[in-house]
Design a protein around this ligand. Structure first.
Ligand code: 2RA
Length: 342
């Protein structure tokens, strides 16, 4: 016995990865519905490498009654329109948008970090997926927080253009290609040229000078991991297609040597430690693409603060940062609340 599962947003970067990962992890599915907007109705999408294809249905006309869960990757506006009716019909929504993340009645879940928080999902029948840059960071921080009590985090991110959707990827490709013919093309998706450049601006600016992306890393880390942790972020767009990287400085209540931190990280759920102090002894974004793991490298003690560590964290932002985490939430929901007779 499996679940009746809906994937909404099946034509976008994240929606396609959700289908790939449901197939790769052999999620127990009795029936699958793939939804998108009217303009994609009737198109076909592949279910991973199973060879199965599914016709896209128009979300506007879809009746969620009788369906167990819906993985949403349709953006905040469409989520606002459709999530309440799916939830009211008894179809639990696992939402990748930012709409419900800070709603006190909606659990914000990273299964390796706060699985027990999912038990509060019945209040709205909606579960929120964190921002991609938050997800990989809290996976890396959780085991160190349990061991030594993190008090402060300073993070700089190096975020790939796929975080801005297909348009972001297309812009990097076209600019990079056109530069060699002397015409880098005017920025459209990004505020400035992204090819061979970096842009210290993701999402919109807030009154305090931080961006909304930086604010998300602060408030989401507090909700998922520990509200007492002080977090400050600088989020930067870099000319990489897939894979977010982060340089993370942490201060802790208790001393933890780099060696002990490596031992803890090596055993922690969801983490792959690749950390040798030699040429190539670390992970780069190109190597994380298509992987499930959150990779950690360059673990070292920070001599400038008491009980400080510095580390490098890389993960596929379309996977752990979005689609994989959503599927892991679906697995957790099934295990803890929607048990099916085998
Ligand atoms: C980005 N985290 O990277 C944001 C949304 N995916 O653009």
């Amino acid at each position: 016995m499996g679940y009746r599962v809906v994937v909404a947003g099946a034509t976008g970067n994240v929606g396609r990865e959700m289908l790939n990962i449901l197939a790769e992890r052999e999620f127990p599915i009795d029936q699958l519905a793939v939804l998108a907007s009217a303009r994609s109705q009737g198109d076909e999408v592949e279910f991973g490498e199973t060879g199965k294809k599914y016709k896209i249905q128009n979300i506007e006309n879809f009746d969620p009654a009788g369906w167990d869960m819906a993985l949403f990757a349709i953006g905040s506006d469409a989520t606002k329109k459709h999530a309440p009716r799916f939830a009211a019909a008894g179809c639990t929504v696992i939402d990748n948008s930012s709409l419900y993340r800070m709603d006190p009645d909606v659990p914000l879940i990273v299964p390796e970090v706060n699985p027990e928080a999912i038990d509060g999902y019945k209040a709205r029948n909606i579960i929120a997926n964190p921002n991609c840059s938050t997800a990989q960071m809290v996976v890396a921080l959780k085991p160190l927080h349990d061991a030594a009590g993190i008090t402060r985090v300073v993070v700089s991110t190096y975020q790939s253009v796929s975080g801005a959707g297909k348009a972001g990827m297309d812009e990097l490709f076209e600019q990079s290609r056109n530069i060699f013919v002397g015409d880098p093309a005017e920025p459209k998706k990004f505020t400035k040229q992204i090819a061979f450049n970096v842009i210290p601006h993701i999402d919109s600016f807030l009154d305090d000078g931080f961006t909304k992306e930086e604010w998300k890393m602060v408030v989401e880390t507090k909700k998922i991991l520990d509200p007492k942790i002080k977090v400050v972020a600088t989020c930067v767009r870099v000319p990489v297609f897939v894979g977010h990287s982060e340089a993370i400085n942490i201060e802790m209540e208790r001393e933890l040597s780099a060696e002990d931190a490596q031992k803890i990280l090596r055993e922690a759920p969801g983490i792959m430690l690749i950390d040798k102090r030699e040429d190539g002894g670390y992970v780069t974004p190109i190597e994380c693409v298509g992987e499930f793991a959150t990779f950690v490298s360059r673990v070292r003690e920070d001599p400038t603060v008491e009980n400080g560590l510095v580390l490098w964290c890389v993960s596929d932002n379309l996977r752990k940062g979005a689609a994989l985490n959503a599927v892991q939430i679906a697995e957790l929901l099934g295990r803890r609340h929607l048990k099916k007779d085998s």
